[in-house]
Design a protein around this ligand. Sequence first.
Ligand SMILES: *Cc1c(COP(=O)(O)O)cnc(C)c1O
Length: 339
Amino acid sequence: MIIDLRSDTVTQPTPAMREAMFTAQLGDDVLGDDPTVIALEAKAAAMFGMEAALFCASGTMTNQLAIRTHTKPGDDVICDVLSHVYQYEGGGISVNALASVSLPQGERGKLTPDLIRDYIYSPADPHKPLSRLVVLENTVNKGGGCYYTVPEIAAIRQVCLENRLILHLDGARLFNALVETGDPTEAYGQLFDSISICLSKGLGCPVGSLLIGKADMIRQARRYRKLMGGGWRQAGFLAAAGIYALDHHVDRLKIDHARARKIGAMLERLPEVEEILPIDTNIVIFRLSANHLAADYVEKLAAKGIRSVTFGKHLVRFVTHLDLTDQMITELETRLSER
Ligand SMILES: *Cc1c(COP(=O)(O)O)cnc(C)c1O
């Protein structure tokens, strides 16, 4: 039995999701008439009380489309140094948007109004790029799955309004935050200019991400998606999985969170584990003592049938997801404590 904790992206579609995909009505999304894609986009927009949505192949694509759409070449994007848009999107901010980037260092990857204010350039200073866009991430992957509260975001929104900054949310794991806080999706629709959510993380779809925002912005993003080669034809197969996931796989994220906390308790008993980041959602990041390299440790775990990833020289990440079972969690405890 392999216990795969590398990411919540490793899930396989459930039988019911496959059935929804197999029976989906299809059209040609590039021609704009795939009914299942249209239904998914309408559902996502309505969910957040926003005007429109665009179904794309990946979270990287929806984030990059947002950044490209919101900025002009030479503009500056403010995001935490740990953020996915900076760390894990191939330098896309500079390549796709020709924008520069300012990188405040928040607590566990979370920005605050003060941190953002420190990085806003004066539009009157010709030496500086124009600060244009702020990107928040919720939950924060590199922060160990921590999340923002609505009042925290509202305070950031206020700074953005005062300084004419656009606010985008990388919500790849937004639903993991929402099942913990109980905040309504509509509140997010009011606080952000655009939101990207991933369907292929905790929600268990094989592929897919949605960019949600104003109708004009989404029209522009659709143009750029085509330019990037992201137009897809009978995408309704994948959109059907998305609709199924939004209907059936959101509330169950709480199970993933409970399992993550359970795994945290197991790690606490291991002598080689020095520190565990607080476990707020489905991500467990732990630091090994100085004489253990993460790369070696991950290899050792792999030999015991436990898959994980390194997250720094001494840091290892586990992520819980839909395809884990109680039996795997019990078995994990046994294997972790084997010397
Ligand atoms: C996974 C992830 C993304 C998108 O990744 P893709 O693999 O391109 O879908 C974006 N932001 C965060 C925080 C993520 O964890």
